[in-house]
Design a binder for this molecule. Sequence first.
Ligand code: NDP
Length: 482
Amino acid sequence: GGAPIGVTGLAVMGANIARNFARHGHTVAVHNRSFGRTQALISDHGSEGNFVATKTIAEFVASLATPRRALIMVQAGAATDAVIEELAAEMEPGDIIIDGGNALYTDTRRREAALRERGIHFVGCGISGGEEGALNGPSIMPGGSRESYTHVGPLLESVAAVVDDTPCCTYIGPDGAGHYVKMVHNGIEYADMQLIGEAYQLLTGVLGYTPAQCAEVFAEWNKGVLESYLIDITADVLAQVDAETGAPLIDVILDATGQKGTGRWTVKSALDLGVPVTGIAEAVFARAVSGSRELREAAHGLPGGELATTLQEALPNIDEATFLADIHAALYASKVVAYAQGFNQLTAGSVEYGWDLKPGDLATIWRGGCIIRAQFLGRIREAYAANPDLPSLLLDPYFSDAVAASTTSWRRVVVAATSVGVAVPGFSSALAYYDSIRADRLPAALLQGLRDYFGAHTYERIDKPGHFHTLWGGDRSEIRTD
Ligand code: NDP
């Protein structure tokens, strides 16, 4: 006997995932540091299925069927370490601890290695979809040993979101792979949201649309290639009216974005790996700019030069309908770039840590349940199915055609934005990345010359192999250094 699964940490995420297990017919043992939350869960939702309420960790572990499966849903960091220690002390070799929190993948690697020494499986498991997803079907990204997946996979798959009869949960890879993938998912989410924000800013700043009009535009866009959860809720947020002032809610929300860290972690890892994730980085920095209150107050009103104030001034020959289509095209192309970069980071991380990640599988389980869920992920899945070794999504025929068809619009949007003085770091850096990777020559040659000049760093030549150094301080002849 005993419960096939237990959940400890019954704040919003843990309570909802416990209910999700119960609703799917699994007996679920529940535990929380303070018993009040456990009691509240049972009294409010006990009728939804079979819950086993436990007061202590010892009681919790004892209530589980072997091999024991305990899902931790507490704050990432020290709290997670403390709970792991309490659980492990009561467990036996072969038991499985699952961490469903937003742990940093390096912590997960450390925890997995330490528990493996003790014979306990540790499954670092990314869970996306917020509280609603946890209750009704999240996207689940479990890492750890393959053996542990045979014990937890079917349970997790049974509560995950489902798209085209496929659960949004699959084995990701060893040790920190699941949390790494969840981290990059969140980084991509940052980029996605930044791009949506820039589109909104152009609709208001160049076309002069009201939030209600913008809401209609996003609702319309949600019927096409941009169809996604984030575009859908963008329309909803923009249509909301503030009860207190009667103004659009968006106009009374303070324009300073918070962040909990996963975007920053993504960029730090990308920097270490040398993978350009400009879309995610610009999104993280744009949040930081928005939150720099003192700087923004001090800099407010700095001259912006000669600015256009209307679309006609910015782009004399472009009408409103054309520019509206332009913004859509720029948003779509920039989104393709952000995802292409994110997937390149996943591939690089996989090589670095020996995870053997399958990009197509990740696109598959992100189609539903998670915050970036979208039709679009189905296209990414198809791209990797056609070529698992695709060097960039931008080289997949479907995406390269789509981006090629967008480039003229994309450039016009960046021109218009700079003409009116609206910052579009996401759109413009995505275009810069696209222009860089497709360029014939980059100014990198000059940089190599400079580096050789001041630091004798040497350079390679386009016409013959080897490394070379020019004797800048001498007779300026060239020597081969290898
Ligand atoms: P919180 O992150 O707010 O964590 C609260 C829970 O942690 C409570 O159950 C609390 O117990 C417990 N806790 C805190 N410190 C300790 C400790 N030292 N020992 C034991 N228990 C402790 O809850 P959420 O539900 O928001 O999130 C849970 C996890 O899921 C987090 O890692 C979060 O990052 C992640 N996550 C959250 C998402 C979201 O949308 N909120 C989405 C995806 C993942 P007590 O009641 O006794 O205080």
